[in-house]
Structures are given as C-alpha cells and as structure tokens.
Design a protein around this ligand. Structure first.
Ligand SMILES: *Cc1c(COP(=O)(O)O)cnc(C)c1O
Length: 429
C-alpha cells in the first residue's frame, strides 16, 4: 500500500498478485536490457566516445566529431554500414518521410508488406489528405500486401507482389500502430525480408522501427533489413533526447536519405548539433533500461486489465517486440477515464484532464494522456487512441517501472470510480 495515492484496497491487492505472477516475464525483460546495455557501452567504446563530443557545434557544423561519432555508434548498434542521427528530424514521421523521399524516384513502387501504414504515413504516401507534396504526387506508386485474417503477414503474397517490376522499396512496419494486429518480432521481419528478396534481389527492405528499438536482442537490420528508422522521443532517446530521429542502414542508402534531409552535395557533412549531443548520447546510454521499464509497465497493465475483464493486445505473457500495450475498453467513456487516470499519475501536468481533439496527421479525433518532460514523448508513460471502434487505448512508456505502475493503477482506479469496472477483485482464475 502506498502513502501518496488513493487506490481502492481491492485493486491494491489484485496488483500485488499480478506483480507476483508476472515476475518470471520481468526476468526475461531484464536479461534483454542487460544484453542491450552492454551492446551500447561496447559501441561507445569502439568509437572512443569522449566527453568533448558532448559540446556541440554551431553554424554549418563542419567536422562535428560528436555528431559523426554518434552516427558511427548507432551504426554499430544496428549492425549497419552507416547511420544518420539528427535533432533536425522533427518527428518519427519526418524521419521516415526523409528516408522514403531519399530512396524513391518517380515511377518506382513503394510496396508495404504489412498492410496499411501508420496513420501519419498515409499523408506522406498520399493515401489521405490533400496530397500536396506526397510521394504519390511526385509520381511514386504505392501498393500494399494485405495482412492475413489473423493480422499476420502473407509471406506467399509478399513474394508474388515483390516480384513485380518497379518495386523499389519493400516497407515493413514493426509496431502495430493504432490497430489490434500484432507487432512483428525481428525474426518474422527477417522472414518477410527474405521473401521479398527471394522474389526481387535488388529490393530495398526498409523497416519503420518506431517503438521497437532495444525490445529484443537484435534489431531488424541484423536480420535482413537494409535500412530502418525511428524517433528519438521514443525508445532510442531514452527519455533524455529532446527531439530528433535516426536512420541506420546501408551506406549508399543513408547517403541518399542525408541528401534529402539537407541537400544534394551536402549530405551528412552539414548540420550543427547545437547543444543536443549530450542528451542524444546520454539517452542512448539509458535506452535499454528505459525500454525495459516501459515494457514491464505494459506487461503489468496487460495482466491487471485482463483480470479486470478487458481484452489486451498483446496478452501479458506473449513475447514482446515493442512498447505498445493496447487495451480494448469498448466505450469512449472508458477511454476517457483510463487516460484521465494515467495523467493523474504523472510527475508533470498531473492536474490536466485529457480531452479528445483533432490532431495534425490523424483522420479521427484522438485522446492523449501524457504528462511528460519532453512534449509528446511516448517513451514516457502515455496512453492515446482515436475515438473510433474498437474504442481501445494504446498505452506505452514509463521511464521507470514504479512511475509506470502507479499510472496504470490510477487508470484502473479512475475507471472503478466511474462504474466502468464490474469486479475489481477478479474472479477469473
Ligand atoms: C510513432 C510512430 C511513427 C511516427 O510518429 P511521430 O509521432 O511522427 O514520431 C511512425 N510509425 C509508427 C508505427 C509509430 O508508432
């Protein structure tokens, strides 16, 4: 029992039981964190990271050793020839867009191997919105391989579709986004990459790695993907990086992406780091254990809400490949009470009440709970979801496990107080 927050004693008791039950799963997560922590330290050492790298450059940023060494550290961690890690990427969407615009040319086909892409990528591709400046407006063609009814990728269809002439980039989204399909483990990403390359040896396999970094021992680029990208206010920024994104992959491809971020002829050589380097290094150092805390929070939430009678995706005991925990609450009221509770557990902005709103890049109203040190950072405990069927919230983050746990308990408490939980003592076993 805690001295600081009111939690119904029945929920407290349930939480204690849940925590005992999930402890073997926690051990597995801790082993992954330890492996990845050593991987990160070793990459720092191999690149002789020094304290002087943390003081950034200004202006053009020529010869910024801290910036260049961080690229090399990421490349080492992701098992790639090169990387581009920049605070100048404004978000994950921008990073992914720079990569796609960097690699695709008019007439090429972008083939999604994992069904429809994440909401904000629909506008980048040109599937929704005004389409101004989208890939399709520039003459890039788009196709997607639909998922099987169980949400898994269709390997036979991937092979068939990738064989078509003109397919340049085969795109894999690792994490589930705002859907209830599973997130795809690295091993399965490897099989998708192999299927696409069997049909078309020259295809570039690119992975949207958002929320996946450090959740497993290997990254997708160590299992057959040519290039991957993600956001620094998610996993690899460790809650410390204040903005930015990364791309890691084959050297020729990273160069194309850099030409798009900056300009042809300039590529990776310009771009001052201002005062962002230290946070990007320190965040990367913290990332493996922060990811571990976030996934522990997700596992705890899944078991607790399963006991309370809600469907959770993934189930608590399924293997993890990202931070995301979806909880199907079934009603807009449930979403609002859940998000309100998460917000109440935050150290920052705990007094704010989340409300559904129109967000840039999203088609439906979205409700978001996030009391964060970095605005919108979803490696910090946050919960959100579009107000539409199946009225689920997608929860992620938790810089520390105790802060994640109290947020989840307050979400349950808030639903209990609104009469949205039938039986807080759980009778299911
Ligand atoms: C978060 C996310 C993105 C990028 O979102 P931003 O908010 O622009 O950083 C892209 N794809 C997936 C699967 C994501 O989870």
């Amino acid at each position: 029992m805690n001295d600081f927050f009111h939690i119904d004693p029945r929920l407290e008791e349930l939480a204690q039981r849940v925590e005992e039950e999930v402890s073997p799963a926690f051990k597995v997560l801790e082993a992954t964190a330890e492996h990845n922590q050593l991987k990160v330290i070793s990459a720092f050492q191999q690149n002789q990271v020094s304290g002087s790298f943390f003081y950034g450059s200004t202006g053009y940023g020529y010869g910024d050793r801290g910036r260049d060494a961080l690229d090399a550290v990421y490349a080492r961690i992701f098992g790639t020839e090169d990387a581009l890690v920049r605070h100048n990427f404004v978000s994950g969407t921008h990073t992914l867009a720079a990569a796609l615009f960097g690699m695709l040319r008019p007439g090429d086909t972008l083939l999604s191997l994992t069904g429809g892409p994440y909401d904000t990528m629909e506008e980048v591709i040109g599937l929704r919105g005004e389409g101004q400046g989208s890939l399709m407006e520039f003459g890039v063609k788009y196709q997607q391989v639909e998922l099987l009814p169980d949400g898994m990728p269709d390997l036979a269809e991937i092979e068939r579709a990738a064989a078509q002439p003109g397919v340049k980039v085969a795109y894999i989204q690792r994490s589930r986004g705002y859907s209830l399909r599973p997130s795809y483990p690295v091993e399965l990403i490897g099989r998708m990459a192999a299927a696409a390359k069997k049909a078309n040896p020259n295809v570039i396999v690119m992975v949207d790695n958002c929320y996946g970094e450090f959740s497993e021992w290997l990254e997708p680029t160590q299992a057959g993907a040519d290039i991957c990208a993600g956001s620094l206010i998610k996993n690899p920024g460790g809650g410390i990086a204040q903005t930015g994104g990364y791309i890691a992959g084959r050297k020729d491809l990273v160069a194309l992406c850099a030409n798009r971020l900056t300009a042809p002829g300039i590529g990776k050589e310009e771009g001052c780091s201002l005062n962002q380097s230290r946070g990007m290094y320190l965040g990367l150092f913290f990332a493996p254990t922060v990811v571990c805390s976030a996934i522990k929070t997700a596992v705890f939430a899944a078991r607790l809400f399963e006991e309370l009678g809600f469907e959770c995706y993934p189930r608590w005991d399924e293997p993890r490949t990202d931070l995301i925990q979806a909880v199907k609450l079934g009603t807009p009221e449930g979403m609002s009470a859940f998000c309100g509770g998460i917000q109440k557990g935050s150290a920052v902005d705990s007094f704010v009440v989340p409300e559904a709103w129109d967000m840039p890049g999203y088609g439906d109203k979205v409700i978001m709970a996030a009391g964060t040190f970095t605005e919108g950072a979803s490696v910090e405990l946050s919960a959100d979801g579009p107000i539409r069927e199946p009225y689920a919230v997608w929860m992620q983050g938790g810089l520390t496990y105790p802060s994640g746990k109290i947020g989840v308990l307050l979400a349950a408490q808030s639903m209990l107080e609104k009469g949205l939980i039938k039986n807080p003592t759980a009778t299911q076993r």
